[in-house]
Design a protein around this ligand. Sequence first.
Ligand code: SF4
Ligand code: SF4
Length: 74
Amino acid sequence: MPHPQIRHERCKGCGLCVDACPKHVIQMSRKINQQGYFYADVVNESECTGCKLCAVACPDVGIDVYGRKRGDPK
Ligand code: SF4
Ligand code: SF4
């Protein structure tokens, strides 16, 4: 199944990935990373379609998306 992987330590807490995800897979955590930012976290992984909009939106290249997109041929 497709899923995003967020490098928490790279995250600057901008929230762009949260806004970019049409499936509400990502939310901001209440925890702080070593840089002192509230980081983005995966909360709803099973809804991920693998569209990669979150990865494209991240200015800090902090998100990778793994797995096939839903609907892609096997
Ligand atoms: S790949 Fe698409 S559906 Fe999955 S978390 Fe990123 S924006 Fe959301
Ligand atoms: S877009 Fe990148 S830097 Fe911004 S909150 Fe999401 S993971 Fe963090």
